[in-house]
Design a protein around this ligand. Structure first.
Ligand code: SIN
Length: 300
């Protein structure tokens, strides 16, 4: 008999699979393909204090081994999210992780305060979006700023706090340790790597924002290496992500030290990538006589 349950900050998940923020909306679009009750958690697109318009189009480009995005955290704001999306998500037997964003520490704190009494399970603090001029990656690549923003949000938060880390740094273990020291209950990694694509016939960047964040299978080895290094450097759980498309990818991240995994870009080409990954993990555990994922977590 296998047991796929995992826990993070005292919250128990029925299995280790969630969705990478921004690739699954708030679940509505995927509900017709996927039984949302199967997911360990749904991690929703970034939510800010007030609605954000996002960046100009084009803001998506396909590239070899993945895609670039420069969405700019378009979202309808916390009030809409609380009124419309939480009741929708609560119909399903899954945990809700809310990715939160802001341009300033005050904005991060305000959205956190709005969510204090919301019926959600965890917060994921997005300090790693490469597509906004203020906030985002500007916070997540500087240890001092990480300490300030994580400390302020942790103080305001009613739910456990996951901090989403940027890979666009020299040493991710240093930024991760800064987040842990400031009160993070868990880390999620990695957000996208900054990238670019040029249309040589138009002689212009394909993205209106010129650069964007790269995700997809091509970044998986980078993400895996960062999860493995960080798992040895911190004492809090990690949600691994970056190019995870199937169970084999997910199990690699678990063996590297991740407690949970997020499926992201794969959702766009295979809408059942999340549930396929869950079924594949179950099969692997049965075939390999693994009763509990703790048996293989961090064995590398
Ligand atoms: C975006 O909305 O620009 C992507 C979000 C992120 O990379 O954190």
């Amino acid at each position: 008999m296998i047991d796929t349950r995992v826990s993070i900050a005292g919250i128990e998940f029925k299995n280790p699979v969630t969705t990478a923020s921004g690739t699954f909306g708030s679940g509505r679009e995927f509900g017709e393909f996927v039984d949302l009750n199967r997911l360990g958690a749904i991690t929703v697109k970034g939510v800010a204090d007030k609605p954000w318009q996002g960046n100009d189009s084009p803001r998506i480009a396909e590239v070899y081994g993945g895609m670039l995005n420069s969405v700019g955290l378009q979202n309808p704001g916390a009030d809409y999210f609380i009124k419309e999306d939480i009741p929708f998500l609560r119909q399903f037997d899954t945990k809700i992780i809310v990715n939160i964003c802001g341009h300033t520490i005050d904005e991060y704190v305000r959205v956190t305060e709005k969510l204090r009494s919301a019926d959600i399970d965890l917060l994921e603090l997005n300090i790693s979006c490469p597509n906004v001029k203020e906030g985002g990656m500007a916070f997540g690549t500087d240890c001092k700023m990480i300490e300030k923003v994580v400390g302020a949000v942790k103080k305001a938060a009613a739910q456990p706090l996951i901090v989403k880390m940027s890979p666009n740094v020299t040493d991710i273990t240093e930024t991760s340790k800064a987040a842990e020291a400031a009160g993070a209950d868990a880390l999620s990694m990695i957000n996208t790597l900054t990238g670019m694509k040029i249309d040589i016939y138009r002689r212009k960047p394909v993205l209106a924002n010129k650069i964007g964040g790269m995700s997809g299978p091509a970044i998986k080895p980078v993400a895996l290496r960062m999860v493995w290094q960080t798992a040895k450097a911190v004492n809090i759980p990690i949600i691994g992500m970056g190019g995870i498309s199937d169970a084999e990818d997910a199990i690699e991240f678990i063996m590297a030290g991740a407690t949970m995994v997020s499926v992201g870009t794969a959702n766009f080409s295979n809408p059942t990538a999340t549930t396929d990954t869950i079924s594949g993990i179950e099969k692997f555990m049965e075939d390999q006589s693994i009763k509990n994922l703790a048996e293989i977590r961090g064995i590398i």
